[in-house]
Ligand binder design. Structure first.
Ligand code: NAP
Ligand code: ZN
Length: 354
């Protein structure tokens, strides 16, 4: 076991602060990773504050991890010491259910083990990337082939794959009109990826001060979603809309923008439910309301390789570990361009000084 510096929430109403955790010694199939950077996902905040009512404390969030391999178990085939690697939202799954066999471990029927807060159906706690190092089974470790700007690669491990997977599943590409709702961590990756896939991309934002950024990031058009006149101009015209909003809101406004057989896919996971959409918004054009959860390991590697090839990374604001509580407050105000990433050297330095 290795004693490892980390930052944890000890209760829903407490700020995160320094906390030591134990990491296991690498087993035969494990990879030990020195964490360089960890992105800050809105799910970290939902979990640290027990907004989904399933948090185990102490809670060490963080599932957008980039680091360097420091040791490998004797049976590890795919990684060697010194490799640059990533870890996303999962560190294990049952490996034998239909979803795992299909390479969709994110839909493991027995519940994958989340990188933090443990197995999704309950079980022993796990501690995430707000820490100096982590030990993960090689099946859940990703190869990073980006050569530089590694801090900006970290958010691909959750924000990237969570938008990539549904965009692929619903065939975003040339000739398709695709909407992205919300320009936050997920949304800005959705805009970049949908654009790179060749779709016509429309960003929906509640923040008029994000119009220029939306276009710079790759949106062909930007719509202020609170303006009914602007929304009306796009009625019945979308093939697919990906909704990343982290708060409950009216879904009919977006369903009514879909063409016949179009899909509105939710990836945002607010603490309280959206008002139920109207049946009429669905039946008139055989529209579908769907959801999507992160992505499997194989498609996460595909996404990382695609991003390396196309020079795609996240737009980030680097923070020190001790600034995490301020970062959460700013995220709640949609005041981040467009993902906070923690420089983990700041945690290591802080632990050394203590
Ligand atoms: P984020 O950076 O905070 O972005 C959310 C964006 O939603 C904001 O930037 C804002 O964009 C918009 N928004 C916020 N409050 C709103 C409101 N009241 N009404 C309308 N729009 C609002 O969060 P994130 O990290 O991208 O995560 C977004 C959500 O996805 C979270 O709930 C998170 O837990 C969830 N998530 C789900 C998965 C999955 O697998 N399904 C994976 C990761 C995260 P504008 O300023 O442009 O309006
Ligand atoms: Zn996330």
């Amino acid at each position: 076991m290795t004693r490892t510096p980390a930052y944890a929430a000890q209760a829903a109403d407490k700020p995160l602060g320094p906390h030591a955790i134990e990491r296991r010694a690498p087993g035969a199939h494990d990879v030990a990773i020195d964490i360089l950077y960890c992105g800050v996902c809105h799910s970290d905040l939902h979990t640290a504050r027990n907004e989904w009512k399933n948090t185990m404390y102490p809670c060490v969030p963080g599932h957008e991890i980039v680091g360097r391999v420091t040791a490998v178990g004797k049976d590890v085939k795919g990684f060697k010491v010194g490799d640059t690697v990533g870890v996303g939202c999962m560190v294990d799954s049952c490996g034998h259910c239909a979803s795992c066999k299909d390479g969709e471990e994110n839909y493991c029927e027995n519940g994958f083990t989340a990188t933090y807060n443990g197995p999704v159906f309950g079980g022993e706690n796990t501690y995430g990337g707000y820490s100096a190092n982590i030990v993960v089974n090689e099946k859940f470790v990703l190869h990073i082939s980006h050569k530089d700007n590694l801090a900006a690669v970290a958010p691909l491990l959750c924000a990237g794959i969570t938008t990539w997977s549904p965009l692929r599943h619903w065939h975003a590409g040339p000739g398709k009109k695709v909407g992205i709702v919300g320009l936050g961590g997920l949304g800005h990756m959705g805009v970049k990826l949908a654009r790179a896939m060749g779709a016509h991309v429309v960003l929906f934002t509640t923040s008029p001060n994000k119009i220029a950024d939306g276009k710079r990031l790759g949106a062909d058009e930007v719509v202020i979603s609170k303006d009914p006149e602007q929304m009306k101009q796009h009625a019945g015209s979308f093939d697919f809309i990906l909704n990343t909003v982290a708060a409950p809101h009216d879904l009919d406004a977006f369903l009514n923008l879909l063409k016949r057989d179009g899909t509105l896919c939710l990836v945002g996971a607010p603490a309280t439910p959206h008002p139920s959409p109207q049946v009429f918004s669905l039946i008139f054009k055989r529209r579908a309301l769907a959801g999507s959860l992160i992505g499997g390991i194989r498609e996460t590697q595909e996404m990382l390789d695609f991003c390396a090839e196309h020079g795609i990374v996240s737009d980030i604001e680097m923070i020190a570990m001790r600034d995490i509580n301020d970062a959460y407050e700013r995220m709640l105000k949609s005041d981040v361009k467009y993902r906070f990433v923690i420089d983990m050297q700041t945690l290591k330095d802080e632990a050394k000084a203590a």
